[in-house]
Design a protein around this ligand. Structure first.
Ligand code: MIC
Ligand code: SF4
Length: 644
């Protein structure tokens, strides 16, 4: 039998099920990563399992999101994660060491291994041939405890790359082209596997930019083969012993194929407010830019930064331009500072930011009212920048820096001859911001700040489920809409009662008040509900507010799993026309809900309208049990087992 790269890794890690598309499988997880904004919950859940030491080959806890310390909350959470990590066998990457995905690629990722991360951009690891998947914190906690991870066996899409990128065209433009063609819902339950002659023209950072933004397609993950280019990258990181070659067998069968001729791609831009609103940069005329931000887990590698630095060399940004640059890791920042690249950026007028997520998650640098902001990031959802009226465009570093110099959205080909930056033969290695776990964590005391509140617990499903429609939403609602994140809210990621006050408020300001008044209820939405982040808070806050059911045209993968883990029933209309029949404040009832879920068809009665809708739970046998037992934690308790 011939296999693709993804199938080979899945086969080697398969613990339950068979590799049959659209059926449930469980895989063993080799490595986990967490970051601080989802990590506190994940570690609280891990502690609740009562396991002394993580059961993975390697688990790493990063601090990179909540780094603006305007009060004690974030620093308290950092201390909690640092001590809990030391106690339970987890490596700890201190604030300042960089963005989890960038650092993981540099220092920990291993081709052919599986990685589960409590962040939706974990697929960045696919750039070196890892099967790297984003998940909610509870799923990552279970994997740390040695439990398997369940997914629907995805379709495998071959992205066949031919030719070579033209000067000034970047890896970012390749993934923007895929997004343009397939949209933000085009990747659900799919793995994008890159192949073809064009592979040899793409470096590891290029590949990681592409797999990173596969998250914006809604994909389960994206992956590149592990080849000579991967070997050179690992060798330059002094990690050649981690290399294994991985390629698809000749004759491997893919479910779909996407053909991309790299030589035909031109500089692209995703317009406000969605990463799939992609057009040619050259088609946008006279758009004045107020702010340019370069960095994030998508485009903050050494090579990206050096390109930016070389383009800025000897030039000045215009007086009404704010340019800020955040190198992705301590390694990148250190190398730029040693070779003078950093000085050239500073000379040109750039503001240098800490190596962290920063403005990508609204932690500072919110643009001015109505501003145009160009970012090398991966998401431009409305309001995510911290300024609701801002217009955020997503671009490559080349387009970003050309526009920063000209003051208008600019095709970088206007700058003349393209700059060239080679991958270094050797990276500067200094891991003194990575703290190893204790040999024996028995005596380590975990420090818990007062901001850490217990997480809400779901209840067993008994009898009828009734509730009012608290809100009716459209298509592509993001987790940023459901549980907004910004510098003011991120410090409360371990305080669900506080966060719940802001649940769904960007779409419906009255939502928390209505949920409290009616003692919870039901959310109705269009397709791709919950796209974007892996934040479990987008399920925990509704759970706290008493939401029992979310009824939609379709769900995004990670958010649906988070709802089920927390026993909120995800239902999909059998006939999407029924969506039109429902109005806000209609009273719905699901009779004997547990039994209907078991049968796989749920009749939802609209008491107000006197009508009824056929809906599908679209859940596996195991997920049905979770919904009925009151979520994953209760099910594990009932079965006395880690992971079920
Ligand atoms: C994001 O890019 O939205 C985040 C912040 O990294 C999230 C995680 C979170 O909400 O904490 C993600 O992508 O999963
Ligand atoms: Fe951080 Fe932004 Fe990457 Fe999320 S997308 S991990 S906030 S840099």
């Amino acid at each position: 039998m011939e296999y693709t790269v993804a199938q080979k890794i899945i086969k080697a890690h398969l613990v339950k099920g068979e590799m049959i598309t659209d059926t449930e499988i469980a895989i063993k997880i080799d490595q986990t990563l967490t970051q601080d904004s989802t990590g506190t919950m994940a570690y609280l859940q891990f502690e609740a399992m009562g396991i002394d030491k993580v059961q993975t080959k390697k688990s790493v806890a990063y601090i990179d999101h909540n780094i603006l310390q305007t009060g004690p909350e974030n620093a308290d959470d950092h201390l909690y994660i640092q001590t809990v990590a030391k106690k339970h066998g987890i490596y700890f990457s201190k604030p300042g060491n960089g963005i989890c995905h960038q650092v993981h690629l540099e220092r920990f990722g291993v081709p052919g291994e599986t990685l589960l991360g409590s962040d939706s951009h974990t697929p960045t690891g696919g750039g070196i041939g890892m099967l790297a998947i984003g998940a909610g914190g509870l799923d990552v906690a279970v994997a740390m405890g040695g439990g398997e991870y369940y997914i629907t066996m995805p379709k495998i899409v071959k992205v066949n790359l031919s030719g070579k990128l033209s000067p000034w065209v970047a890896a970012k433009d390749i993934i923007l082209e895929v997004l343009r063609r397939l949209t933000v819902k085009g990747g659900v339950n799919k793995i994008f596997e890159y192949a073809g002659d064009g592979l040899k023209t793409l470096s590891v950072p290029d590949r990681a930019t592409i797999t990173n933004m596969g998250a914006e397609l809604g994909a389960t993950t994206s992956i590149f083969p592990s080849d000579d280019i991967t070997y050179k990258f690992l060798k330059a990181q002094h990690r050649e012993e981690d290399f294994v070659e991985l390629k698809a067998d000749d004759g491997a069968v893919y479910d779909e194929t996407v053909e991309i001729d790299l030589s035909k791609i031109e500089p692209l831009v995703a317009c406000p407010h969605s990463p799939d609103k992609v057009v040619l940069v050259s088609s946008l005329k006279d758009i004045k830019v107020d702010q340019v931000l370069i960095g994030s887990c998508t485009n903050s590698s050494y090579v990206d930064m050096m390109k930016v630095s070389k383009i800025l060399l000897g030039k000045n940004i215009p007086e009404d331009m704010s340019l800020a640059i955040a190198p992705g890791s301590k390694q990148v920042l250190n190398m730029l500072s040693k070779n003078g690249g950093l000085g050239d950026m500073i000379d040109a007028g750039a503001r240098i930011l800490e190596s962290a997520c920063g403005p990508c998650i609204g932690m500072g640098q919110a643009p001015s009212t109505g501003a145009v902001s160009l970012r090398t990031f991966n998401r431009n959802f409305k309001g995510r920048s911290g300024t609701t009226s801002a217009n955020v465009y997503i671009v490559s570093p080349e387009v970003a820096v050309a526009s920063a110099l000209k003051g208008y959205i600019t095709d970088p080909r206007e700058l003349g001859e393209a700059v060239k930056v080679d991958m270094p033969e050797e990276f500067v290695i200094n891991d003194n911001l990575i703290i190893s776990p204790a040999e024996d964590g028995k005596d380590i005391i975990v420090k818990r700040g007062p901001n850490i509140k217990p997480f809400p617990k779901a209840k067993e499903l008994i009898g009828n489920v009734t509730g009012k429609i608290l809100t009716k939403l459209g298509d592509n609602i993001t987790t940023d809409d459901i549980m907004p994140s910004n510098a003011k809210l991120l410090p409360f990621r371990s305080n669900i009662p506080y966060l719940a006050e802001f649940c769904l408020t960007p779409s419906d300001a009255e939502f928390p008040a209505k949920a409290k008044k009616y003692d919870g209820g039901i959310i109705v939405a269009g397709s791709n509900y919950g796209q974007g982040s892996s934040r479990e808070h987008a399920a925990l806050a509704p759970l706290y507010l008493g939401v029992k059911v979310v009824l939609t045209k379709s769900f995004a993968r990670i958010h649906k799993a988070n709802l089920i883990n927390n026993a909120i029933i995800p239902l999909v209309f059998n006939d999407v026309k029924d969506y039109e029949d429902i109005d806000m404040m209609d009273e719905l009832v699901i009779e004997d809900a547990a039994n209907q879920i078991k049968k796989g068809l749920v009749i939802v009665k609209n008491i107000t309208k006197g009508s009824e809708y056929k809906t599908l739970p679209e859940v596996t046998q195991r997920e049905k049990e979770m919904l009925i037992h009151g979520g994953l934690i209760n099910l594990m308790k009932n079965k006395k087992k880690v992971g079920v």
